[in-house]
Design a protein around this ligand. Structure first.
Ligand code: ADP
Length: 446
C-alpha cells in the first residue's frame, strides 16, 4: 500500500480523498493555489505545497508544478480528484513516466474515453447501444446536412473533447444547422483545445442514468448499481439519486451486465461510470467518465462500500475482495449539490461565509469544505457542499432531505438551497415524474 498520497485537487473532493487516506493510515500532501491556503484539507494534510497563483492554468492544471510537488514531498501516488486533470491522459502519462502511481485507469483508457467519438466506437464494439449519430463531422461540409437529415431533427452537436455540460448545441431545424455547427466548433476550440465535433439524435425527454463500475488488475469487474442524474440545469447535474427508480428491473439488470462486460472487454482498471440516456424503455450510451464522480456518495450510501478507498486499493494493485453477489442495494439515497450561486439568477456568489451549520442526523451525510470564516474564492467551481439523505425508500429519503435543507444554515453568500427546497416540495419530482427537462418544463428555469 502507498505510504504517501498527493491530492491534486481542491474543495470538498480533496477533503473526501484526504479522509479516506487518513482512515487507511496513508500520509497526505495537499497542493493548493495562492487563493486556497485556507482550505480545510490543506490545514488537515500532513504536508502542503503551494503550487502557483489562483488561476487554474498556473496551479491546478500545472503538470510540472504538481509533479515537482510529488518529488519534493517524496509521495508515492497522485489522486487527481474530480475535474482539473482527473481525465487528462497526458497528465496520467507524465505521472507514470516520473515514477509515481496515478490513482485512476491507465492513460490509454483515459484517452479513448476522453474523446466522445472514440468512446462511442469502443463501447459499441462490445455491444453497447449508443445514441444514433455520426463520427467526426465538418462544420462547413454540405455532407453534414445530409447526415443530419438522415439522423432526423432535432439533433445535438457536441464537442468530442467536451465536459461539464459545455460545448453542446441543440439544432431544431435545418436552417440553423450551419450556424450552430460553427458555434459549437468555436466553443470547442476555445474551451477544450480541440475543434472536433460530432452530431447525435437529440432525445426529447430522456432520463440520465449511469452505472458505477470498478475493475481491478486481475480482471475482476463489479457494478455498484446505478444513479439517476436527470435533474440538471444547463446539462449540469444538481440532484442525483441511487438507485434508478421506475425502470423495469430486467432492463436495469441488462444494462448493468452490459456495462460490466464492456469494462472487461476494454480491460478497464479503476473506478468508472458509463453514462446513458434512457428513453422509451431503451438505454443509449453517451459517454464514460474515467474517474471518481461527484455523486459517488449516494452509491456509497446504498451499497455501504467506500469507493475512494476501493479506488486507492485498486491503484495499489490489490484485487477487489468481494463478489458481485455480496454487493447489495439497500434503500434509496439522494444528493443535493449546493452551489455558491443565487437560487433564481444563478449569479455566482463567492465571498466570506460568516456562519455555516451543516445539517446532520440519522443517515444524513454532508461533504463540504466550508466552515464559518471561510472565504469562497471567485476562481473555481461553485460547488460548496453535497448533502445526501438515505432511507428505506425514495419518499422517505425526500422527507429527510427536506429537513436537512431546512436545517442547513449558510450566511454571507448566496446559495441554491432555496431551489433545492422548492424541488423537494414539488409534486412531479416527489412522484418521480422527471426527465432531463424537469427544470425547464416544470419549474420554468432555463
Ligand atoms: P458532459 O460530458 O458535458 O457532461 P454529456 O455527453 O454527458 O456531456 O451530456 C450531458 C447532458 O447533456 C446529458 O446528461 C443530457 O442532459 C444532455 N444530452 C447529451 N446528449 C444528448 C442527446 N443526444 N439528447 C438529449 N440530451 C442530451
Amino acid at each position: 500500500m502507498f505510504k504517501k498520497i498527493l491530492i491534486a485537487n481542491r474543495g470538498e473532493v480533496a477533503l473526501r480523498v484526504l479522509r479516506a487516506c487518513k482512515e487507511m493510515g496513508i500520509a497526505t500532501v495537499a497542493i493548493y493555489s495562492e487563493a486556497d491556503k485556507d482550505l480545510k484539507h490543506v490545514k488537515m494534510a500532513d504536508e502542503s505545497v503551494c503550487i502557483g497563483p489562483a488561476e487554474s492554468a498556473k496551479s491546478y492544471l500545472n503538470i510540472p508544478a504538481i509533479i515537482s510537488a510529488c518529488e519534493v514531498t517524496d509521495s508515492d501516488a497522485i489522486h487527481p480528484g474530480v475535474g482539473f486533470l482527473a481525465e487528462n491522459d497526458h497528465f496520467a502519462e507524465q505521472v507514470l513516466a516520473s515514477g509515481y502511481t496515478f490513482i485512476g485507469p491507465d492513460p490509454e483508457s483515459i484517452k479513448i474515453m476522453g474523446n466522445k467519438i472514440s468512446a462511442k466506437e469502443a463501447v459499441s464494439n462490445s455491444g453497447m447501444q449508443c445514441v444514433p449519430g455520426t463520427g467526426r463531422i465538418s462544420a462547413t461540409n454540405r455532407e453534414t446536412m445530409e447526415i443530419a437529415k438522415k439522423v432526423g431533427y432535432p439533433v445535438i452537436i457536441k464537442a468530442a473533447a467536451g465536459g461539464g455540460g459545455k460545448g453542446i448545441q441543440i439544432v431544431e431545424e435545418e436552417a440553423d444547422l450551419l450556424d450552430k455547427l460553427q458555434l459549437t466548433q468555436r466553443e470547442a476550440l476555445n474551451s477544450f483545445g480541440s475543434d472536433e465535433i460530432y452530431l447525435e439524435k437529440f432525445l426529447t425527454s430522456p432520463r440520465h442514468v449511469e452505472i458505477q463500475i470498478a475493475g481491478d488488475n486481475a480482471g475482476n469487474v463489479i457494478h455498484f448499481f446505478e444513479r439517476d442524474c436527470s435533474i440538471q440545469r444547463k446539462n449540469q447535474k444538481i440532484i442525483e439519486e441511487a438507485p434508478a427508480f421506475g425502470i423495469p428491473e430486467e432492463k436495469l439488470q441488462e444494462i448493468r451486465q452490459v456495462s460490466v462486460d464492456t469494462c472487461k472487454e476494454l480491460n478497464y482498471k479503476g473506478l468508472g461510470t458509463f453514462e446513458f440516456l434512457y428513453e422509451n424503455g431503451e438505454f443509449y450510451f453517451i459517454e464514460m467518465n474515467t474517474r471518481l464522480q461527484v455523486e459517488h456518495t449516494i452509491t456509497e450510501m446504498i451499497t455501504g462500500i467506500d469507493l475512494v478507498k476501493l479506488q486507492i486499493k485498486i491503484a495499489a494493485g490489490e484485487e477487489i475482495r468481494f463478489s458481485q453477489e455480496e454487493i447489495n442495494c439497500r434503500g434509496h439515497a439522494i444528493e443535493c449539490r449546493i452551489n455558491a450561486e443565487h437560487s433564481e439568477t444563478f449569479i455566482p456568489s463567492p465571498g466570506l461565509v460568516t456562519e455555516f451549520h451543516p445539517p446532520g442526523g440519522f443517515r444524513i451525510r454532508t461533504d463540504s469544505h466550508l466552515y464559518s470564516g471561510y472565504k469562497v474564492p471567485q476562481y473555481y467551481d461553485a460547488l460548496i457542499a453535497k448533502i445526501c439523505s438515505h432511507s428505506k425508500d425514495r419518499l422517505d429519503a425526500i422527507r429527510k432531505m427536506r429537513v436537512a435543507l431546512e436545517e442547513m444554515y449558510i450566511e454571507g453568500i448566496d446559495t441554491n438551497t432555496d431551489l433545492h427546497d422548492k424541488i423537494f416540495h414539488e409534486k412531479n419530482f416527489v412522484e418521480g415524474n422527471i426527465s432531463i427537462n424537469y427544470l425547464k418544463e416544470i419549474l420554468n428555469i432555463s
